[in-house]
Design a protein around this ligand. Sequence first.
Ligand SMILES: NC(=O)c1ccc[n+]([C@@H]2O[C@H](COP(=O)([O-])OP(=O)(O)OC[C@H]3O[C@@H](n4cnc5c(N)ncnc54)[C@H](O)[C@@H]3O)[C@@H](O)[C@H]2O)c1
Length: 227
Amino acid sequence: MKDSTNNNTLLTKNIITRLAKYLRILKSLKSIGLIKVFSSNLGDAAGIAPTVVRKDFSILGINGNKKGGYIIDNLIKQIEGLLGIEDEYKAIIVGCGRIGKALIESEELKREHIHIIAGFDLTPSEPLNNVPIYTTDKMEEIVKKENIKIGIISVPNHAAIKVFEHMREAGIRGFLNFTSVDIKCGDKCPVGCEHKCVINQVNIGLELENLFHLVHITEKHPDLLIE
Ligand SMILES: NC(=O)c1ccc[n+]([C@@H]2O[C@H](COP(=O)([O-])OP(=O)(O)OC[C@H]3O[C@@H](n4cnc5c(N)ncnc54)[C@H](O)[C@@H]3O)[C@@H](O)[C@H]2O)c1
C-alpha cells in the first residue's frame, strides 16, 4: 500500500494496527481534557516503545517537538484522514451459531460503533438483539442495499470456502474468519485479488498455545527473551 501522506514510505498491516490503537488512546486522552501528548505517554499506553511511536508519526509526516509533544487534535485528524474513520462500522455475520450469536449480542461491539446489520444462516430465525437473521440467499440484496464491505465467517469448517466465495460475490471485501480453514482469495487473487480482499484469521487455540510457550520460556529460559 502506498502512503497517501507526504512521502513514499510503505504502510504495513502492523503500522495500520498501531495507528488504530493510537487513535483510541488519543480520543480517550482528549475526553479527559488533555491537549498535548508525548510519544512516551502514547507508547506507555499502547505498550509500544516511544521510538516506534515517533517513527510511525514521521510516516504520517508528523514531526513532534521533543519538548512540546504532539497536539492531540492534529494527531486525531491526521490518523482519521489516513484510516478512513467512519461514525459507524457496518458488518454482517454468516453462520449464526454459538460464535455468530455471541457477536450479534455483544454490547462491546456496539460500544465500538460496530453495527452488525444482519446475520445469515441456512435457516431463517427470529431477530436477535434486533438484528434480523436471514437465509443466505438474501445476502447480495442486503449487502448492496446497506453498502456493507465487512463480513464475519462463523460457519463450520466444511462450509467456509463456499460461504467466503458467496460473500465475496455479494460485495464483501474484508473478512474476519473464525473457521480454521486458511482462506485465500483463490485464482482470482494474484496477490490480493482483483477485488483486493483482506482476510483476517481469528484463532483462539493458536493464541492460547502461544501463551503456553511464552510462559514456559519466561519461566525456563528468561535470558532468551528480549523486549
Ligand atoms: N477462531 C476460533 O478461535 C474459534 C473458536 C471456536 C470455534 N471456531 C470455529 O468457528 C466456527 C463457528 O463455531 P460455532 O461454535 O459458532 O459453530 P456452530 O455450529 O454453533 O454454528 C455454525 C452456524 O453456521 C451455520 N451454517 C452452516 N453452514 C452454513 C452455510 N453454508 N451458510 C450459512 N450458515 C451456515 C449453522 O447453521 C450454524 O448456525 C467453526 O468453524 C468453529 O470451528 C473458531
